[in-house]
Design a binder for this molecule. Structure first.
Ligand SMILES: NC(=O)c1ccc[n+]([C@@H]2O[C@H](COP(=O)([O-])OP(=O)(O)OC[C@H]3O[C@@H](n4cnc5c(N)ncnc54)[C@H](O)[C@@H]3O)[C@@H](O)[C@H]2O)c1
Ligand SMILES: [Zn+2]
Length: 350
């Protein structure tokens, strides 16, 4: 088992290993009651194992199951979860445990941050995406009609338990979505990590997850509230969120981010920020993992959708462009220039 310590407004450990769900009682340091929030696919697979482990510690466990999928990151679902916590009489010293992917983690984390102005919160990621990204760093959110993650809070967990063996039941397309975020870490921070994707990510999960988490830990420690370097983690996301929104969330987060990364990197070549070999390496890697490198949406629709994304700042949008694999830069784009910039990234599709 690997332990990675995050030092942000809260200091907490991320434990990564095989089969550690059944040791949750020894790893998670809580007392009282716990609400396990999970979805209808993960619940039958893993909830009982977690609850059994916790019951060895005499913890009262209640379970809240949401329908799987992005639609559950909604205001309605948040309110109904909060009502459930109140009905079950969870107190300020009790704990919400997110057992699931990024949807469960984002919703449960937001609920934990506002229920009684903040209760204990533990993340048990069950997707690759949640393991390397959403379970670490304390961003929680729900979607509003106007766009993704428009309401949320920075709320660090008290612990993260990442049992790699849980990833074995993921559908290939869900695993692939996580690969998009893993590839993102290679592009923004580590060319050696990026090179390792030539061999299947599946065969090197423990090392790759730990490396991604270390990168995110380093960034979050410097800039927990996304004023500066944390923005690098949004590589591919401004356009990715626009693609998700335009598709009515039919296109999943990881796939949208993959297309977003390819599009901004094409822009970067045309803007002479990086050379073509950087783009070709990214495209080759995304294709190796069957991830999309383009979108059907046009520049005008994408720009409009980007502007409803929260990453805009007055008249500007901060976008992340690669200079080379392992190093990105941040550029502020005026909102009126956004459509033309995006068009540069779509040209090959015309
Ligand atoms: N908070 C953050 O920092 C952050 C970072 C990245 C992404 N996100 C958010 O994360 C969400 C995407 O997360 P995701 O890709 O994990 O999606 P998800 O939570 O919807 O999970 C994808 C699917 O996999 C199923 N599943 C989960 N674990 C499983 C398992 N072990 N075996 C079989 N099936 C399993 C789920 O039921 C679901 O159908 C998006 O809403 C995105 O905005 C948040
Ligand atoms: Zn993401």
């Amino acid at each position: 088992m690997k332990t990675i310590t995050v030092k942000a407004s809260k200091t907490y450990d991320i434990k990564i290993g095989f089969g550690i769900l059944d040791e949750a009682d020894g790893i998670i340091n809580i007392t009282g009651s716990a609400a396990v929030v999970t979805d209808d696919i993960v619940a039958p697979l893993y909830a009982q194992r977690l609850e059994q482990a916790l019951s060895r510690k005499n913890i009262r466990v209640v379970r809240y199951v949401i329908p799987n999928g992005e639609a559950s990151k909604s205001a309605e679902q948040l309110v109904s979860l909060l009502n459930f916590l109140a009905k079950e009489k969870l107190s300020r010293t009790d704990t919400v445990i997110a057992l699931g992917g990024g949807v469960v983690g984002d919703l449960a984390g937001f609920a934990a941050s506002v229920y009684m102005r903040g209760v204990g919160f533990i993340q048990i990621p069950t997707t690759l995406l949640a393991a390397v990204d959403s379970s670490v760093g304390g961003k929680t959110a729900i979607n509003l009609e106007a766009g993704k993650n428009l309401a949320g809070a920075f709320y660090q967990p008290d612990a993260v338990l990442c049992d790699i063996s849980l990833l074995s039941t993921l559908k290939p397309e869900v695993f692939r979505d996580g690969c998009a975020e893993v590839i993102k870490y290679g592009v923004i921070a580590d060319s050696g990590l990026f090179k390792s994707f030539e061999k299947p990510i599946k065969d090197q999960l423990e090392d790759i997850i730990a490396r991604c988490v270390e990168i995110k830990r380093g960034i979050v420690a410097q800039d927990e509230f996304e004023k500066s370097v944390r923005k690098f983690l949004n590589f591919g996301h401004t356009i990715g969120h626009a693609i998700e929104l335009l598709s009515g969330y039919e296109i999943t987060h990881g796939s949208a981010v993959a297309a977003g990364m390819a599009i901004v990197t094409r822009c970067a070549v045309r803007m002479k920020i990086c050379d073509d070999s950087c783009l070709q390496s990214l495209l080759k890697t995304l294709k190796l993992y069957n991830l999309p490198v383009n979108t059907v949406y046009d520049a005008a629709s994408l720009a409009k959708a980007c502007l409803s994304d929260k990453k805009r700042d007055g008249g500007k949008v901060t976008m992340i462009f690669p200079e080379k694999i392992g190093k990105c830069i941040m550029k502020e784009i005026k909102t009126e220039e956004l459509e033309n910039i995006i068009r540069l990234g779509l040209e090959e599709q015309l």
